[in-house]
Ligand binder design. Structure first.
Ligand SMILES: *Cc1c(COP(=O)(O)O)cnc(C)c1O
Length: 458
């Protein structure tokens, strides 16, 4: 018999989680303004809100914490991290930041000005926030297939090179400070970008004299998909693939809370010294001195170790297979999800799940609330709430997809938890035709409203 798949680690420490009763959850979600971000974590049984900073560090990472050098300048932890980043990404220059959006803030302070265009595949929400805050525009050039959840396409994170070239052709290079590629593409469902596509983007960028940056939070999961799906990469190691990917970029921003499996941290990687020097000024201003940039020495140590663990094939296989396991359970129940299943999350197609709820009533948010009520499972809306209002017209933007993201923390839950989640959602699916009303807004912030919004049943 072929041996079955099993996790590439065992558990050394556990944390108790508690189930709750439906009546308790009804009270809690109402008090939270029907915003799952407002729940206390103890009111949640299985927390699939995000994979950001929620992973379980390894015994080796915890050992590294004890070796942290907390010197203000020139700490050994800084050099340990610098070497790890150079080793894994190839970038000569790096700046630590307290998390990914801080890296965006520092880098964009140097490169982006009012009226600029930043084309790429679908930009992440904080990235878009930092672009629009500077009165610049994020231009989504993702392939159309990404927005049809029923199409099986191996690289739904890919950039449509014709859309991209149109932007580059019709605008002066002075208005396009960079092309920004998100790996994997969170917004389209944790979907990978192929190496071939990265190469096409690079050659277009060269043709028009534009720089390419990677928003790299899930670069290792992207590399796993290249290895397992793309012709010519099966026999390459993850680290070889990662090197090749980054060789196509001028720089990167990183949220280390994802593929580097730490609870907090980020960085910028750069090839050219001039940008590094300019960015250093903003790093000191916003984050901290350039050899710690908002991170404790112990955290830089754990991050350096996490970069190595996060780029091991066995770990990545365990990781992606668990996400796929949940996806397959949902498919068995007939629940519509983004196909194929992405790297860090299962994206439930709420628009096709709750066909009776009008899109003005926040379909995916409605489904997220229903799933919480059913089983105490917390997912997150990727739909009209997240899409926010148009910065110019202030009208609600309705994205192509209303998605409920079930995001799996790294090395945290077992497949029994995945079964529990699947059955909870299947129970909602069974009564879906009775759900015909959604949510309406009662309070919202001027930007990135989804974090703090308050709603009530329509
Ligand atoms: C999480 C994330 C960010 C922002 O990083 P934080 O660490 O949350 O500030 C940026 N881009 C992508 C693709 C991300 O997933």
């Amino acid at each position: 018999m072929q041996l079955p798949f099993a996790e590439s680690y065992k558990i050394k420490m556990v944390e108790t989680i508690r189930k709750s009763r439906r009546e308790e959850r009804e009270k809690w979600i109402s008090a939270a303004g029907y915003n799952l971000f407002n729940l206390k974590s103890e009111q949640v049984f299985i927390d699939l809100l995000t994979d950001s900073g929620t992973g379980a560090m390894s015994d080796r990472q915890w050992s590294e914490m004890m070796l942290g050098d907390e010197s203000y300048a020139g700490a050994s932890s800084f050099y340990k991290l610098k070497n790890a980043i150079k080793d894994i990404t190839g970038f000569e220059y790096f700046l630590p930041t307290h998390q990914g959006r801080a890296a965006e803030n520092v880098l964009f302070s140097v490169l982006i000005k009012e009226g600029d265009l930043i084309p790429g595949n679908a930009h992440f929400d904080t990235t878009k926030g930092h672009i629009e805050y500077r009165k610049a525009f994020a231009v989504d050039c993702t392939i159309d297939e990404a927005y049809d959840t029923t199409i099986e396409h191996p690289y739904k994170g890919n950039v449509d090179v014709e859309k991209l070239e149109k932007v580059l052709r019709e605008n002066p290079p002075s208005r396009i400070p960079m092309i920004l590629i998100t790996l994997t593409c969170n917004t389209s469902g944790g979907q990978p970008v192929s190496m071939e596509n990265l190469k096409q983007v690079r050659s277009l960028a060269d043709k028009y004299g534009i720089r390419v940056f990677f928003d790299s939070a899930r670069f290792a999961e992207n590399a796993y998909f290249i290895k397992t799906r793309e012709e010519g990469y099966r026999n390459k190691t993850i680290r070889e693939i990662v090197h090749e990917m980054f060789s196509l970029a001028d720089g990167m921003t990183m949220s280390s809370k994802k593929d580097a499996i730490v609870n907090m941290g980020g960085f910028i990687g750069l090839r050219d010294e001039e940008t590094f020097r300019k960015a250093s000024v903003f790093n000191i201003l916003f984050e901290g001195y350039i050899t710690y940039g908002g991170m404790a020495g112990r955290d830089m140590n754990a991050l350096a170790q996490g970069l190595y663990e996060g780029t091991e094939y066995d770990y990545l296989e365990t990781r992606v297979k668990q996400v796929e396991y949940l996806g397959n359970r949902l498919i068995e129940f007939g629940i519509p999800i983004q196909r194929p299943v992405g790297g860090h999350a299962v994206f439930v197609d709420a628009g096709r799940f709750l066909t009776g709820v009008p899109r003005e009533e926040f379909v995916a948010q409605t489904l997220a609330v229903q799933l919480y009520l059913e089983g105490g499972v917390r997912g997150v809306e990727i739909g009209a709430l997240l899409a926010d209002r148009d910065p110019v017209t202030r009208r609600n933007r309705f994205p192509k997809l209303e998605l409920l993201r079930l995001t799996i923390p790294r090395r945290v839950y077992t497949n029994n938890h995945m079964d529990y989640v699947a059955v909870s959602l299947a129970n909602v699916f069974e009564r879906r035709t009775h759900i015909t009303r959604g949510m309406r807004l009662i309070k919202e912030a001027p930007i990135m409203r989804h974090f703090t919004v308050e709603l009530m049943p329509a």
